[in-house]
Design a protein around this ligand. Structure first.
Ligand SMILES: NC(=O)c1ccc[n+]([C@@H]2O[C@H](COP(=O)([O-])OP(=O)(O)OC[C@H]3O[C@@H](n4cnc5c(N)ncnc54)[C@H](O)[C@@H]3O)[C@@H](O)[C@H]2O)c1
Length: 438
């Protein structure tokens, strides 16, 4: 079977490469010439462990190609996956212009029946509206079915998630489209992946609800970390999270305190769900509170730095970790970037390092007041304080004695609680964790 994927971002590229690995013939397309050219040259525009290998393998086997010739790719396939961006617009709802443009392109280019699969995260009702639009074609024009097939992959483990998803959600009113989707994902079905067949509206809502639930869990533990800070050294949020997680009704995942959640999905999707629910006259206050808590959580890190340094102007601060989480170069809505922006405004000089996100962070933060370093020990040189913002494994194993020798000051703000507070104290640091003390 031939499929076309529109959009070669984190979702489109992983989906296209993954489907090719499942044995389909895939054309990955994009309107961005530069991206496609670099993919054709074998360069992968994003950092995603394992992705390069499956792209190379499937290109060699002739199952995966990259192209900007969208009409041709659409004509040559039965199924088109739409994985274009849906960044938030000024009203907090996703901007759907890329989705509408993609679907219009499919309608104009198709010369026969097509199944349009919406992978992009879109508000409830979008798939149905797209189907209505596709139906308003002149008599004799090709027929379309629309499927909502939301994506749950996690950046940093997206390849693993593609081949071992928790579930595959397929929302469609068409039996024919549902059968084709089952066929596409057949190898995953055979390894017992749970499938949820439902309406497009439920499928769309499942995606928002899943991300919003995770957002609630993170904001919950972050608030408890703040409470532990207020109680003092006798309260430790890690002990609390461990004990909470032992209850299977709660579960241990997503109970790690930090500077708040970032990335291209959780902040955008939880804000969007609040807006979507409000539009239905049914406010989702729990999600709204999680969003509100998250907006302010990174300020705790600034406060801890201020507390340690006395004042911020003219201080040199090393920021380790810029990506919104480890194993990705994605800095969209990264709390580390936000922390850098505030510290710079406060007059700090910044020395930053991230194992993968230097180029993407540089595009956002520019040069002013920024020192981009090639490794962690270089970043901490003569720093008054070091703040850990992303829990990359290589930061967990840094030599604290060496770190201390390189720094001018002794303030260590561990915004992701990745260090051993007692060890930090032993090496002469004043340690500030989130909800736990040295
Ligand atoms: N990134 C994630 O972890 C993740 C996870 C689940 C769901 N999602 C959702 O998936 C969607 C895509 O996310 P992403 O992070 O991959 O986005 P992205 O911004 O990284 O990539 C989108 C790509 O689509 C391309 N594009 C735009 N219009 C096009 C068109 N008409 N035809 C072909 N290509 C076009 C853009 O040039 C870009 O390369 C979003 O709706 C997002 O919310 C993302």
């Amino acid at each position: 079977m031939h499929v076309t994927v529109m959009g070669t971002g984190y979702v489109g590229l992983v989906t296209g490469a993954g489907l090719a690995d499942l044995g389909l013939t895939v054309s990955c397309t994009d309107v961005n010439d530069e991206k496609i050219r670099s993919l054709q040259d074998g360069q992968i525009p994003i950092y995603e462990p394992g992705l390069e290998e499956i792209i190379r393998r499937n290109r060699e086997r002739g199952r995966l190609a990259f192209s900007t010739r969208l009409p041709e790719a659409i004509r040559n396939c039965l199924v088109v996956f739409v994985a274009v961006g849906t960044e938030a617009g000024p009203d907090g709802l996703p901007d759907l212009r890329q989705v509408w443009a993609a679907v219009d392109m499919i309608a104009e280019s198709a010369d026969g029946y097509k199944i349009v699969v919406i992978k992009s995260t879109v508000p409830v009702g979008t798939a149905r509206r797209l189907a209505d639009r596709l139906r308003q074609r002149p008599p004799g024009a090709p027929q379309f079915d629309v499927v909502s097939n939301p994506e749950f992959l996690r950046e940093g483990s997206a390849v693993e998630d593609f081949f071992h998803p928790n579930r595959i959600v397929i929302g469609t009113l068409s039996d024919r489209a549902a059968a084709v989707m089952k066929d596409i994902y057949r190898p995953l079905y055979l390894i017992q992946t749970p499938f949820v067949f439902t309406t497009p509206e439920s499928a769309e809502l499942i995606k928002y609800a899943a991300n919003s639930y995770l957002a609630i869990k993170i904001s919950f533990i972050n608030e408890l970390a703040n409470l532990c800070d207020a109680i003092g050294p006798s309260a430790d949020v890690h002990v609390l999270a461990h004990a909470l997680g032992l209850d299977p009704r709660i579960g241990s995942k997503f109970l790690h305190p930090g500077p708040g959640f970032g990335g291209s999905c959780l902040p955008k999707d939880s804000r969007a769900l609040v807006r979507i629910a409000a539009a239905y006259g049914c406010p989702l206050r729990t999600v709204g509170a999680a969003v509100e808590v998250n907006e302010r959580q990174f300020e705790r890190v600034i406060e801890k730095l201020r507390q340690g340094l006395g004042s911020l102007p003219a201080k040199t601060v090393a920021v380790l970790g810029l990506a919104f989480k480890p194993n990705t170069d994605d800095v969209r809505e990264s709390r580390a970037v936000r922390i850098c922006e505030v510290l710079r405004r406060e007059g700090c000089l910044l020395q930053v390092f991230d194992p993968a996100a230097m180029a993407s962070a540089r595009r956002l933060l520019g040069e002013d007041g920024m020192g981009y370093c090639s490794e962690a020990y270089e970043a901490v040189k003569n720093a008054d304080a070091t703040v850990f913002c992303t829990e990359w494994n290589e930061f967990r194993n840094l030599d604290l004695q060496r770190l201390k020798q390189h720094m001018r000051g002794d303030v260590l703000v561990d915004a992701k609680n990745i260090l051993d507070p007692a060890a930090a104290k032993r090496w002469g640091f004043r340690y500030f964790g989130m909800g736990r003390s040295a």
